[in-house]
Ligand binder design. Structure first.
Ligand code: DX5
Ligand code: ZN
Length: 222
């Protein structure tokens, strides 16, 4: 089952509650599976977005579970606070975590799904033995920092290799892709083995964001 996670990075930050509602399902029609919340600290990436207080308010504003993607330094120190703020899934970056196993266990112990992200130049292979500690692996398909960038085709082999490792170990974990995912790239990602798709501009740039979510899910499941 493909999951579609709209990224609020491409939404209007002054109207986040309303923007979340635009991708919720209604009358039995499935909407977004998760709301993807991009947290940036101006150090790990050259952009600054939001922190725990906004996550807490969003949590109250929508029934869609929150998928927090932490593009920050020192996730070991800050990630647990995002679980406390209401995130259902917390993704930290492999490049920034000092003790990824300990951090993943702490996130899980606090009651959220633990996930780790890899920037485009970070290989999956050194992390093979960590996979059982994670509920999701995020393969970035752009350099993190901004929405609306072009999908990096050269990441498809990494998605494929990650899927092979997940299957080899018989794991139930999810494989997420983030960056440049749209109607013209989602099928390639799905074919390579991704099953959770973050889409910012492809959803919030559309006339009808909820319809865009449904169309992307259909395409990913074809
Ligand atoms: C990029 C963020 C993405 C971004 C995706 O650093 O992690 O989640 O919002 O936006 P699009 O889908 O427009 O590439
Ligand atoms: Zn993201």
């Amino acid at each position: 089952m493909a999951q579609i996670n709209p990224s609020i990075l491409s939404a209007d930050f002054a109207r986040l509650a309303e923007e979340a509602r635009r991708v919720e399902g209604s009358d039995g029609v499935a909407g977004a599976d998760w709301l993807h919340v991009d947290v940036m600290d101006n150090h790990f990436v050259p952009n600054l977005t939001l922190g725990p207080p906004v996550v807490e308010s969003l949590r109250r504003a929508t029934d869609i579970p929150l998928d927090c993607h932490l593009m920050i330094e020192e996730p070991d120190r800050w990630a647990p606070g995002y679980v406390e703020a209401g995130a259902g899934s917390v993704t930290f970056h492999a490049e920034a975590a000092a003790a990824p196993v300990r951090l993943a266990r702490e996130i899980r112990a606090k009651g959220a799904r633990a996930s780790m992200a890899l920037k485009p130049a970070t290989p999956i292979e050194p992390y093979e033995d960590l996979l059982p500690e994670l509920d999701m692996l995020l393969v970035m398909t752009v350099e993190p920092g901004f929405g609306g960038q072009a999908f990096l085709d050269i990441m498809l082999p990494k998605i494929r290799r990650t899927r092979q490792l997940i299957d080899k170990h018989g794991l139930e974990m999810w494989l997420q892709v983030d960056g440049g995912v749209s109607a013209s790239t989602i099928e390639r990602c799905a074919e390579a083995g991704a099953d959770v798709f973050v889409a910012g501009s492809a959803v919030y740039g559309a006339e009808d964001p909820a319809a865009a979510v449904r169309a992307l899910r259909r395409q990913a499941e074809e």
